[in-house]
Ligand binder design. Structure first.
Ligand code: ZN
Length: 445
């Protein structure tokens, strides 16, 4: 018998799955496997070849399952899950005012930590492995993420006036600077400076946010042109539209993520493309708050990088990227009476590879390829609503949901296995949340 060559060590081998790589060629593999060592994917290929090549510590048999990259939510406010379903049926401005008045009573570091843990449990279980998360006390979001194993994009918020965290700009900036220093080279926490918007932050403070992001080479994310009222208010106050003001302040470039961009003109769309700005399209939040429908097909046509977000659960009620993905892949067809708009494949790319590029990890995340970080989601395909399977992209965009998510791996570590959350004590978290929720509800009376 010929000597078989020594097998290389691997920490994890996922075998016998339908592998959806979302690489440049949209490669799918039947009976495929993925080898992971440390945080990285070291090989993707036929199961037989990888079983011969690697000596894994752990094997996950993905027979009858789909293996795909983790979903990336490019806009949320995760601890706002604590306000889910409490304030409803109001226009954005009135709704925000009511929310902020209440939040001022409750937002503390402990509150943020608890809300983030609950939200990260929800997201991880649903196959979302990364989120761009704008919220007070970002250091608490990071602590929660380190515990849950979630990949987090977060950082200092800028907000002038009476903010829910009851801090002023100077003290928030000082702790923000520490945050950026601490996480600038971190493997799973990605720093991002987050001025809330052009209607809640003065041009002076926006400039400070810009300078801080530049100094640390951090991402920058803000709300932009979410409602017609916002565009009118900002235009009256500053003689520029929200996007115009951001441009005037030198805040539009390839490291910028603008949430919403619903009321964005044709020339502004051209500018987004020219400056390589990312748009985080949050279709459900925009629909539910009556904000309008963002001109996503025009943005696509102009070459703007469009990604998808859920927004916070205080407004759009869940952090389910599958619903956001499905609404994005459906809504624009209806609005424009054109079923060729936003294909299932495009919708999937927006929530994976395009989003990875938006957060500065284009070469490292968003697809299943050797050399990339192992953020992997395994879905059960043996379900009535996913049978038969002709086109996997169509299933993912129009039929699959978060209940189909079976196992989730982030940065090479299994965090959900067979629908069991391994990193968080969910029952304890929910019990604590229910105690706090009684006080929050009382305060609304
Ligand atoms: Zn938002």
């Amino acid at each position: 018998m010929p000597d078989s060559p020594a097998r290389e060590p691997a920490d994890l081998l996922i075998t016998h799955g339908l592998i959806l790589t979302i690489d440049r060629a949209d490669t799918t593999l039947r009976d495929g496997a993925i080898a992971v060592r440390g945080a990285e994917i070291i090989d993707v290929g036929p199961t037989k070849r990888l079983l011969d090549a690697y000596q894994p510590t752990e094997v996950i048999d993905a027979t009858g399952q789909l293996v795909m990259p983790g979903l990336i939510n490019t806009h949320t406010h995760s601890p706002a899950v604590l306000y889910r379903g409490l304030i409803e049926d109001l226009p954005l401005e009135a709704w925000l005012e009511k929310l902020w008045v209440s939040e001022r009573q409750f937002v503390t570091p402990e509150y943020v930590r608890l809300g983030a843990a609950l939200a990260q449990a929800e997201m991880l279980r649903g196959g979302t492995t990364t989120a761009v998360d704008m919220y007070w006390h970002p250091e608490e979001l990071a602590q929660a993420a380190l515990e849950s194993g979630f990949r987090l994009v977060a950082g200092p918020v800028y907000f002038d006036g009476d903010a829910p965290d009851r801090q002023d700009t100077d003290s928030r900036e000082a702790s923000g600077r520490e945050f950026l220093q601490q996480y600038r080279h971190h493997p799973t926490i990605i720093p991002c400076v987050m001025p809330h918007s052009t209607y809640t932050v003065s041009p002076k403070s926006l400039g400070r946010a810009r300078d801080l992001a530049e100094r640390f080479g951090a991402l920058l994310s803000t709300h932009c042109a979410e409602t017609a009222t916002e565009v009118r208010t900002v235009s009256e106050r500053h003689r520029y539209s929200p996007q115009g003001l951001l441009d005037e302040l030198g805040m539009l470039d390839e490291r910028t993520i603008l949430a919403h961009c619903v009321h964005t003109s044709g020339s502004e769309i051209e500018q987004l493309a020219e400056k390589h700005v990312t748009v985080s399209h949050c279709p459900l939040s925009n629909l539910k708050l009556g904000s309008g429908v963002a001109p996503i097909p025009a943005m696509q046509k102009a070459g703007v990088r469009v990604t998808v977000g859920t927004d916070g659960a205080q407004s759009s009620n869940d952090l389910d990227m599958w619903t956001a993905l499905r609404v994005n892949a459906t809504l624009h067809k209806g609005v424009h009476q054109d079923p060729t708009l936003i294909t299932a494949r495009e919708a999937l790319r927006m929530a994976t590879v395009d989003a990875a590029e938006a957060i500065g990890l284009g070469g490292r995340l968003g697809s299943l390829e050797a050399g990339k970080l192992a953020d992997v989601v395994i879905l059960d395909l043996r379900r009535p609503h996913l049978t038969p399977l002709y086109d996997v992209y169509a299933h993912l965009a129009f039929a699959a949901g978060r209940d189909d998510v079976h196992t989730v791996i982030v940065h090479g570590k299994v965090v959900v296995r067979g629908r069991d959350m391994l990193t968080l004590r969910e029952n304890d978290i929910m019990a604590e949340v229910n105690v706090l929720a009684r006080d929050i509800q009382q305060s609304q009376r």
